[in-house]
Design a protein around this ligand. Structure first.
Ligand SMILES: Cc1cc2nc3c(=O)[nH]c(=O)nc-3n(C[C@H](O)[C@H](O)[C@H](O)COP(=O)(O)OP(=O)(O)OC[C@H]3O[C@@H](n4cnc5c(N)ncnc54)[C@H](O)[C@@H]3O)c2cc1C
Length: 319
């Protein structure tokens, strides 16, 4: 996950991060300080980026505990089948709600059942591999992970090793994953997979009484695939808007405007950069050339979903 300092650099209008990120910070495992971006030909650029790792299952459990302590009723092993008006039909009964938040991931059934769009996604897979690693996060680009990248994120005595591809990928991801492990001299592991939104948020995230949040809304930084920080920021906005609606009659449409004001600009910018980058992803040669032209400074801006080039006037002012 990105530190609050990095999140503030990416989303300058997000606030109260200390309070929001209390749980991840409490269970913080390992600090990372550099992203090493590898081109297909084996050249690399170091981008300073402050992050930290967490055990995801523990983080989710603690967040759920916090919600329960605040009065939420937690129902596990309950699958949403469809949403009808104000009712959520599940395999364990039907529940009514004044507001329904679809936080059910990138293939959101909540979204589908009310006619809201699902985000464009690409497949991804990862596994934990034991060993001693540095504090550098390695990201490998090229046909080893078409349209995406392969990663090695160090943790305490182990690393999260994974690989994600673009939306056009229709091959065998497991085979690519194994090839990457072999290439790195790592033991073969069974990866767990999923889908990651790759082109930013969907056009519409509200259809009263439904709000979409997190991966269901495409709240992921398209240039790095990170969605945890964003899902937490937009999750709080969804919760606050739901409360404002129930208590003060604030229209649910306010959610769309609120999350776009907090994170919408950088997420849209990230999607634009990713679409541009997709033009070079087809061949290792063109990708290599593009990375050389961009260099570390511009790639650092891309990773943070910032415009690659300064507008002329802003550049002039900077001097
Ligand atoms: C392999 C991989 C590695 C990743 N690595 C990183 C990383 O290092 N850093 C980072 O920031 N992001 C990473 N991401 C992205 C990150 O996992 C997501 O952006 C983030 O989890 C989004 O949170 P969410 O709550 O919106 O969705 P999810 O975490 O996907 O949670 C959705 C939940 O809804 C449940 N659900 C789905 N359908 C239904 C239904 N019909 N009824 C009931 N429940 C349902 C699911 O079981 C799940 O528990 C990675 C993604 C993948 C696939």
């Amino acid at each position: 996950m990105a530190t609050n300092e990095e999140v503030r650099a990416i989303f300058p209008t997000s606030d109260d991060l200390e309070d929001l990120m209390e749980v991840p910070y409490r269970i913080r495992m390992w600090d990372t300080d550099v992203l090493r971006l590898w081109s297909p030909s084996g050249r690399y650029w170091d981008v300073p980026f402050k992050g930290f790792t967490v055990a995801r299952d523990e983080m989710d459990q603690r967040l759920a505990d916090q919600a329960v302590a605040e009065g939420a009723e937690l129902r596990t092993k309950t699958t949403c089948l469809t949403v009808r008006g104000n009712e959520v039909v599940t395999d364990r009964g039907t529940f009514a709600g004044k507001v329904i938040v679809g936080a059910d991931g990138p293939s959101s059934r909540v979204a589908k059942s009310v006619g809201l769009p699902n985000p464009v996604t690409g497949p991804a897979m990862s596994a934990i591999v034991e060993g001693d690693f540095t504090t550098i996060t390695d990201l490998y680009f090229g046909n080893l992970a078409p349209g995406g990248y392969a990663w090695l994120i160090p943790k305490d005595g182990c690393a999260n090793v994974g690989l994600g591809a673009w939306q056009h990928f229709d091959g065998n991801l497991n085979r690519l994953f194994e090839a990457f492990l072999r290439r790195q001299g790592l033991p073969l592991k069974r990866g767990t997979g999923g889908h990651v939104p790759v082109l930013g948020p969907v056009d519409r995230t509200v259809k009263p009484p439904v709000l979409l949040v997190g991966d269901a809304a495409g709240h992921v930084m398209a240039t790095n695939g990170g969605g945890i920080n964003v899902a937490m920021i937009t999750g709080r906005i969804a919760g606050t808007t739901a409360a404002d609606h129930v208590l003060d009659g604030v229209p649910l449409d306010a959610y769309e405007a609120r999350w776009r004001a907090a994170v919408g600009g950088p997420l849209a910018q990230g999607a634009r950069i990713k679409k541009l980058a997709d033009r070079f992803f087809g061949s290792d040669r063109s990708l290599d050339l593009a990375m050389r032209i961009l260099g570390a400074r511009r790639m650092a801006r891309a990773v943070r979903c910032q415009p690659l080039f300064f507008p002329r006037r802003a550049a002039a002012k900077a001097f």
